[in-house]
Write a protein that binds this ligand. Sequence first.
Ligand SMILES: Nc1ncnc2c1ncn2[C@@H]1O[C@H](COP(=O)(O)OP(=O)(O)OP(=O)(O)O)[C@@H](O)[C@H]1O
Ligand SMILES: [Mg+2]
Length: 243
Amino acid sequence: MIEAKNLTKIFKDKKRGEVRAVDDVSFTCKKGEVFGLLGPNGAGKTTTLRLLSTAIRPTSGTALIEGADIVKEPQKVRHVTGFLSGNTGLYGRLTAREMVEYFGKLYGMNKGQIVQRTNQIFDMLDMNEFADSRNEKLSTGMKQKVSIARSVLHDPPVMIFDEPTSGLDVMSSRTIVQFIRQCRDDNKCLIFSTHIMSEAMRLCDRIAIIHKGKIYFEGTVDEALEQTAYDNLEDAFIEIVGV
Ligand SMILES: Nc1ncnc2c1ncn2[C@@H]1O[C@H](COP(=O)(O)OP(=O)(O)OP(=O)(O)O)[C@@H](O)[C@H]1O
Ligand SMILES: [Mg+2]
């Protein structure tokens, strides 16, 4: 479970001065739930997810991940989360399988666990065809799958995905959407960011709408639609954030 409590991140930017990327953000994402963090470019989605993953520290506020505090217990948090960031570099000279296995070792898994879990995830994400190709030869979608596989190899209860389907074709997106659904069925807590409203409508049990660092809405897609009397999330979104 994820409980964000008044999370705030202020960047000090030489040109722009203080940027309130995330401003007093609170929400809850439970087990067995796919939670969508929706917002336009620059809304604060990536910053929020990086805070949750402990990649950066909040200016104020905090979050609990499976009860562990992101500020006070970052090691514990890392142990129970898998984080897919937008710009994970892959080692070009390693194959997809070698890359994922390497991360398994970093997670402290033994050889048997690594092999079993790698096979499972490569099946789920339809990766077997390119499992033994070097990363430098893979397409964008294939690389994204490698990044997902390595971020969740240790089977964490909490998964944090920043724009998991961005830049992917229909087939790859669908595979990843199915993977996310499977995680929900396995009682994981999964938060992902997107600006694609149709994807959120299809996939999310609940959503939060973020704009200029602030949360404008938290609830189900149906509740968002009811609140605005629109039948699609795009129009509802625009009314909710008032742009
Ligand atoms: N390291 C940084 N230094 C200064 N400003 C930053 C930094 N990282 C992010 N920002 C600013 O914080 C705000 C939120 O950025 P963020 O990357 O979280 O948005 P986003 O919702 O992920 O957008 P996108 O959809 O484009 O990925 C933006 O104004 C951005 O310029
Ligand atoms: Mg982003």
